[in-house]
Design a binder for this molecule. Structure first.
Ligand SMILES: [Zn+2]
Length: 160
């Protein structure tokens, strides 16, 4: 390894068992397939496995409330309202929705994940004033945003 200049270096890309587009890196540093391959990363085209279900229904056919949803939904696939990509509901998931009186999701789990990512604050820190004491702090919330952002001391005083 010393002769090859590998000693002390991070693992080479070719030993990584994952494709670039399967990792969290793709969420924070998205690149195209061509760019990934050019940089020497693996790329894997995602293909959904065929679902072993009784029937596939459109998301629009789901009942409005989880109370109206039969347990048989566990044997169905639901086509995403956005892309038509089918997905299943697990028993634990259905129980969670029942416990919290939440409707069955209309979007594929990966689409929901993508939507959550879009709501994350940007990976940038701005200098702004603490909303309580005015002390300068750094935050992922830009100064012009309306949210109340506190310094650590003010936060701790307010929470405890
Ligand atoms: Zn403060």
């Amino acid at each position: 390894m010393e002769k090859l200049g590998e000693w002390g270096e991070y693992f080479p890309k070719d030993v990584c068992p994952f494709a670039f587009n399967e990792t969290i890196a793709m969420e924070y540093f998205p690149i195209t397939k061509e760019e990934a391959l050019r940089r020497g990363y693996k790329w894997r085209e995602e293909e959904d496995e065929p679902l072993d279900v009784k029937k596939i229904i459109a998301a629009s056919q789901l009942p409005e409330t989880v109370a109206e949803t039969p347990d048989d939904v566990l044997n169905w696939a639901v086509k995403s309202a956005l892309t038509g990509r089918p997905f299943r509901i697990t028993k634990q998931e259905l129980q969670f929705y029942r416990d919290h009186a939440l409707p069955i999701p209309r979007l594929h789990p990966e689409e929901r994940h993508t939507n959550r990512l879009k709501r994350r604050p940007p990976r940038h820190l701005w200098k702004r004033a603490c909303s309580a004491c005015g002390k300068e702090i750094e935050s992922t919330f830009a100064p012009e945003r309306k949210e109340r952002v506190l310094c650590e001391n003010c936060y701790l005083q307010e929470v405890y």
